[in-house]
Design a protein around this ligand. Structure first.
Ligand code: ADE
Length: 202
């Protein structure tokens, strides 16, 4: 799977994919994540990518032109199965959505910042809007990291034991059970007897 991310803050996304399962997924060639700094498509030499809102509301808005140029340039490289905008008023991310998206080949994620992106981009390019919860972050970058992690770990071959994603919480609409490791007793706190019975089914 190939995921491109357009952002005004690529630095924010340097770490989340550089460790643990996401790192392994990329090393195995199962996942490619590329961040693209929106400023390379800035409208002037000052690196401008945002402007004031019409109507005078507080906060800046990411402009149409840099976003269109970014989306068009990246779309020449590959055909996207979805152009996703991370936004608090999008559809709330659920495991079923991550499962569905994990079956796509190419995704383009767009991170808003400040007050978001010009509505015309949403109207003309965005195919899906996703929120990671009912709270407002400073930008879509952390939400994009959450989405990529949720999708990336589902790609076949990413986890060592394929079944471990299947037994995650939410995969069967149930929460995963509590888990324990050795020792069986610590400070007098014992693990449930049934786990020592040797009967895996139980
Ligand atoms: N951008 C700002 N807040 C967000 C949220 N809760 N989900 C997705 N993108 C966001």
């Amino acid at each position: 799977m190939h995921i491109d991310i357009i952002t005004v803050l690529p630095e924010l996304l340097e770490s989340p994919f550089g460790h643990s399962i996401m790192k392994r997924a990329q090393e195995k060639g199962l996942l490619v994540v590329k961040t693209h700094a929106l400023r390379q498509w800035a409208v002037n030499e000052y690196g401008q990518v945002d402007d004031y809102q019409y109507g005078g509301g507080a906060g800046m808005v990411l402009m149409c032109e840099p976003l269109v140029n970014a989306i068009e340039a990246l779309s020449k490289e590959r055909k996207y199965d979805g152009i996703i905008y991370l936004t608090p008023d999008g559809q709330t991310l659920q495991q079923s959505m991550a499962n569905q998206l994990s079956m796509k080949e190419n995704l383009l994620l767009i991170c808003g910042h400040y007050k978001g992106i010009d509505q015309r981009i949403r109207d003309h390019y965005i195919t899906r809007e996703i929120s990671i919860g009912d709270y407002v972050l400073s930008g879509g970058e952390l939400a994009a990291a959450v989405l990529v992690d949720a999708i990336g770990r589902l790609l076949p071959g990413v986890l060592n034991n394929e079944t471990s994603a299947l037994t995650d919480s939410f995969q069967d609409n149930l929460l995963a059970p509590p888990v324990y490791t050795r020792p069986a007793e610590f400070k007098g706190w014992k693990i449930p007897d049934i786990l020592l019975s040797g009967d895996l089914k139980k």
